[in-house]
Write a protein that binds this ligand. Structure first.
Ligand SMILES: [Zn+2]
Length: 244
């Protein structure tokens, strides 16, 4: 199995990670981004929705929640990437209503053109039996946004040069073909996930320090499991596309 995988890309100069919601980037690729950031890669985040449905509290003030989640995402980016943290952009689409429409694709392509990342990361839109529509749509927006960003006749109203990233890494991959050793940055990934305090209950099933510790144990176990077939202590896996 491990023979079919490529392993450990060289550190790019810059990367853009595109998530549907605040915290998706850290779950999908936090270890890798922390590793690259430590080696000097500028890491940008683009979050497509406002995260306003990320609570089980039926009486929640959802606009306050959206604002809180922006703060949490910025804090997570700082924790993950330190001085290599780049921009954290928000498209502000309503949580649960993300669509790969032309206007949103234009917004994604514009961010890619403005930030000129060498590598883009995002959700695999072709992951089978995926329930959450935003993850599917964010994945499609990532792929289609790259095509629009790289070809000069898409969205000429942007008025900025086209940009072709060199590689695309899709997390939650339906057919993973690439592994990254994140042994040194598991702690940074967990620390960045902990910055998303509003998600402790609904996503991490944690009501207290003990339950947060068991969340950490689950994540550590998962990363170890992903690395085991490749003799890596902790890994994140992706579908790597190089011919963009
Ligand atoms: Zn999500």
């Amino acid at each position: 199995m491990s023979g079919a995988f490529t392993r450990d890309l060289p550190t790019p100069a810059s990367a853009l990670a595109i998530g549907a919601h605040p915290d998706d980037v850290e779950f999908g690729s936090g270890g890798l981004l922390a590793k690259w950031a430590a080696a000097g890669c500028i890491v940008h985040h683009l979050i497509c929705t406002d995260g306003s449905k990320g609570t089980w509290d039926v009486d929640a003030d959802v606009s306050a929640l959206a604002l809180r989640r922006q703060h949490e995402q910025r804090a997570a980016a700082r924790i993950l990437c330190g001085p290599s943290a780049g921009e954290v952009r928000f498209l502000g689409r309503i949580d649960g209503e993300l669509a790969n429409d032309l206007a949103t694709r234009s917004d994604v392509a514009r961010v890619i053109r403005e930030l000129q990342p060498e590598i883009v990361l995002g959700h695999d839109p072709w992951k089978r039996y995926r329930l959450h529509p935003d993850h599917r749509e964010a994945g499609l927006l990532t792929c289609d946004g790259i095509v629009a960003a790289r070809d000069p006749h898409f969205f000429p109203e942007h008025g900025i040069a086209h940009h072709r990233p060199e590689r695309l890494l899709l997390w939650e991959a339906d057919e993973p073909n690439h592994i990254e050793d994140v042994t040194e940055t598991v702690d940074a990934k967990l620390a960045a996930l902990h910055a998303h305090e509003s998600q402790f209950e609904s996503t991490m099933r944690a009501h207290d320090a003990d339950e947060l510790a068991s969340f950490d144990t689950r994540i550590r176990g998962r990363l170890a499991e992903l690395g085991r077939p490749h003799a890596v202590a902790a890994a994140e896996i992706f579908h790597l596309m190089t011919d963009l």
